[in-house]
Design a protein around this ligand. Structure first.
Ligand SMILES: Nc1nc2c(c(=O)[nH]1)N[C@H]1C(S)=C(S)[C@@H](COP(=O)(O)OP(=O)(O)OC[C@H]3O[C@@H](n4cnc5c(=O)[nH]c(N)nc54)[C@H](O)[C@@H]3O)O[C@H]1N2
Ligand SMILES: Nc1nc2c(c(=O)[nH]1)N[C@H]1C(S)=C(S)[C@@H](COP(=O)(O)OP(=O)(O)OC[C@H]3O[C@@H](n4cnc5c(=O)[nH]c(N)nc54)[C@H](O)[C@@H]3O)O[C@H]1N2
Ligand code: SF4
Ligand SMILES: [Mo]
Length: 691
């Protein structure tokens, strides 16, 4: 028997890569705790992270490369060697490239994000414009809304110096646990917090002002706040005059949203709208915290977030201390992402329908209609998908996508688990978790740290970047991206590459388990626009977007952040579907589809909980704790009714991705924001029926 070792490593069961102390004995992981003696954590851990042992040794873990032997989708596989697996990949991908062209292969990355730059390099080296990620439904639409105004420089609130924090839909206690401590610090410092959320969440509970709006009416609320700010002369005149494009038109447009009218649209009392506008504009500097998903999970999502982000320009809270300001973040593997450009000499999927996505330099294609592209062979045939962590339940109408994946000529998925999406594949590759690999991390500020391997990889699993590198070698490709031969070296060389701009070496970092400060290649700026024009067509912050206006005739986009109400939908019979369906608002114990297999986490919600206000339950005959059917214009599922008074009557909340009843089967495949392609996950229609 050996001693228990404590290994400094990271959890990446969800996204943030929290530092943890892993306890390992006899080569097995036995438990984890939040790391001690590091600046970011002090022994704390969230529920998902604490269940690490069930994640690593889950009975669904894939242990070996597996080749399909049965019919597609039947789920019969046989074990093969890595060598055979690599040969199969090289042979098929090269054959498909010569028969149909490189663009017929899609390179797809689900969560997590760490291997994405390497996969993008592989996609580029192969010559495909179709590098896609889970961000076809996450973050990119918010980024697009931001860039349409400010060009680039997406930045969060400067929490250290803000006097007011406007949280526009982020339930950070549940979704961004590492930030929640900083949030508590703000409250102690007396920072005024405004929270915009349709539900009275734990985060809303801590706010000074809670604007409890009807989901998807964010645009009307933001425009109304702008109306108050302008009417009461609280806006930043100098910024508006010198640095804003389209101010006059915007000013006229917001006149259509006086608070009394906005109250009727949003359900937020007019007086609260005034109070919030006065606090955000009058008690500055004020930072705005936004999220990757809820506001843009609506068919009017991009314009709604444009209306929200316009408030930053209107009040001059852009790139100032305490406002929204470029954070002192040096670079990260994910930032290499921003530097490695997607191969774009050929039309990518999604480019015709969603041109602004591509104009605003999102370095990935928009694959929300992947099932259509495979089925219809339009704009051209898609024959192969090389995926890492593809989860078909991320998309609306997941069954349809799974069936389409089964029609591909060649589909590979590298995964931790024998997921349903893997079952559809021709070849499944075992990936390893963060506990089984080494990794270089960039923390906040310019702090770097090294994540050790706590245990040897389970079975024959490998880390994703090693897999990418070997696939690259077997195809004899050349990595021409940024003229660096990053994929040609080994994994150690890859880590050195990631670290290079910091001025630190891998050996130094390994010798400092507490982390090290490195060179900060993107120092924080203040009022950078005084010296450098905004990266927009006008060189100013565009409240009227010239990029959107390019497509006024062809796609009907408006340059102003025009509010359109998704509830006025002539295609939907609202008598038959009287309730609003909001899917996917996060829960502390779940993470999309991947944690339903974890006994400690799925007990609360084995079948989907259909959260309804008691008034709606009584009105539609759905009893608390009893089975309930949810029917939408696109599908139906059955779950358990859970009475909940966090939200208001009229809205049904369901978490998605549950194989026993997936809320995404309810969402229409074409119910998309015409600008971003994001589905209206959080503003569709349904009725409920007691079973
Ligand atoms: N535990 C856990 N953490 C997660 C995730 C997870 O699945 N589980 N997912 C991660 C991912 S991928 C993401 S993108 C982030 C998302 O992070 P968040 O945005 O913080 O998470 P959500 O719970 O989706 O949304 C935040 C709040 O928005 C509210 N909301 C819903 N609809 C609307 C709307 O129309 N307008 C407004 N203003 N608010 C609305 C919800 O009530 C919710 O309280 O979380 C990340 N963190
Ligand atoms: N209805 C509805 N649908 C939604 C949303 C919503 O709010 N409502 N939210 C959307 C959003 S914001 C997002 S981000 C997506 C998330 O959607 P996904 O990212 O597709 O969701 P996950 O279930 O996390 O699936 C990722 C897969 O990656 C695997 N995986 C994890 N780590 C690794 C790794 O290191 N290597 C490899 N190879 N695989 C790994 C996991 O086992 C899992 O099967 O869902 C979207 N879909
Ligand atoms: S928030 Fe929890 S699950 Fe996510 S990385 Fe941190 S500890 Fe792990
Ligand atoms: Mo997301």
């Amino acid at each position: 028997m050996s001693e228990t070792k404590i290994v400094k490593t990271t959890c990446s069961t969800c996204g943030p890569c929290c530092e943890v102390d892993a306890y390992a004995k006899d080569g097995r992981l036995i438990s984890v705790e939040g790391a001690r003696n590091t600046p970011m954590q002090s022994g704390g851990l969230c529920a998902k992270g604490a269940a690490a042992v069930q994640y690593v040794y889950n009975k669904e873990r894939i242990l070996y490369p597996m080749k399909r032997v049965g019919r597609k989708g039947e789920g019969r596989f046989e074990r093969i060697s890595w060598d055979e697996a690599y040969d199969l990949i090289a042979e098929n991908l090269l054959r498909i490239r010569s028969e149909y062209g490189a663009r017929s292969a899609v390179f797809y990355a689900g969560y997590s994000k760490w291997y994405r730059p390497a996969l993008l390099r592989l996609s580029n080296a192969y010559g495909s414009p179709n590098f896609c990620t889970e961000s076809s439904t996450c973050f990119q639409a918010a980024a697009l809304a931001w860039r349409s105004i400010f060009g680039n420089g997406i930045c969060g609130p400067d929490l250290k110096n803000a006097k007011t924090l406007l949280i526009w839909s982020s339930n950070l206690y549940h979704t961004n646990t590492p930030v929640s401590k900083a949030f508590q610090g703000l409250k102690k410092r007396g920072v005024k917090v405004i929270d915009v959320d349709p539900r009275h969440t734990v985060t809303a509970h801590d706010a000074d002002i809670h604007l409890q709006l009807v989901p998807g009416t964010d645009g009307a609320l933001a425009l109304s706040m702008a109306q108050v700010i302008i009417e009461e002369d609280l806006y930043d005149k100098e910024f508006a005059e010198k640095y804003v494009y389209g101010f006059q038109e915007y000013r006229e447009y917001v006149q259509e949203f006086p608070p009394e009218k906005a109250e009727k649209i949003t359900g937020v009392p007019a007086e609260k709208i005034r109070q919030a506008a006065r606090t955000y504009a009058g008690n500055g500097p004020a930072g705005l915290m936004f999220s990757a998903s809820p506001v843009v999970h609506h068919i009017n999502g991009v314009q709604n977030y444009r209306a929200v982000f316009s408030l930053i320009a209107l009040t001059g809270n852009y790139d100032v201390e305490g406002g929204n300001r470029t954070q002192p973040g040096p670079f990260s593997p994910a930032n290499e992402f921003g530097q490695v450009r997607r191969y774009d000499k050929e039309e990518a999927i999604g480019q015709k329908e969603f041109p602004v996505w591509f104009d605003l330099s999102c370095d990935e294609a928009q694959c929300i209609r992947l099932a259509d592209y495979i089925e219809e062979e339009q704009p051209y045939p898609i024959k192969a998908v090389f995926a890492m962590g593809l989860n078909h339940r991320m998309w609306p109408q997941p069954k349809r996508l799974k069936a389409a994946l089964e029609k591909l000529d060649f589909y590979v998925n590298a995964e931790l688990f024998m997921s349903e999406s893997s079952m559809a594949a021709d070849l499944i590759l075992p990936a390893c978790t963060s506990y089984e690999r080494e990794q270089v991390h960039v923390g906040r500020g310019s702090r770097f740290f090294f994540s050790n391997r706590a245990i040897e990889p389970v079975g024959e699993s490998k880390n994703d970047i090693e897999i990418i590198m070997e696939v690259f070698r077997r195809m004899k490709l050349r990595d021409r991206t940024l003229r660096e031969d990053v994929l040609e070296g080994g994994y150690e060389a890859y880590m050195e590459h990631i670290l290079k701009p910091s001025g630190l070496t891998l050996d130094e970092l390994k010798a400092h388990p507490e982390g090290m400060d490195g060179r900060n290649i993107f120092p924080p700026g203040v009022r950078t626009y005084e010296n450098e024009p905004f990266h927009t067509p006008s060189g100013k912050a565009e409240l009227r977007s010239l990029v959107l206006e390019r497509y006024k005739d062809s796609h009907g986009y408006d340059g102003l952040p025009v509010y359109r109400d998704y509830r006025e939908n002539p295609a939907v019979d609202r008598d038959a579907f009287p309730l609003i369906l909001n899917t996917g608002s996060r829960k502390p114990q779940l993470f999309h589809s991947r944690l339903y297999r974890m006994p400690w986490l799925n007990n609360i919600e084995d079948v989907p909980l259909v959260e309804i206000h008691p008034e709606d339950g009584k009105r539609f005959g759905a009893e608390d704790g009893k089975a309930v059917r949810v029917v939408s214009p696109s599908g139906e599922i059955t779950g358990t009714a859970a009475y909940n008074v966090q939200g208001k009557p009229g809205v049904v909340y369901i978490y998605h991705g549950n194989p026993k009843g997936d809320a995404n089967e309810l969402i229409g495949k074409d119910y998309l924001d015409p600008i971003s392609g994001f589905p209206g996950f959080k503003g569709y229609f349904c009725r409920i029926e007691g079973v």
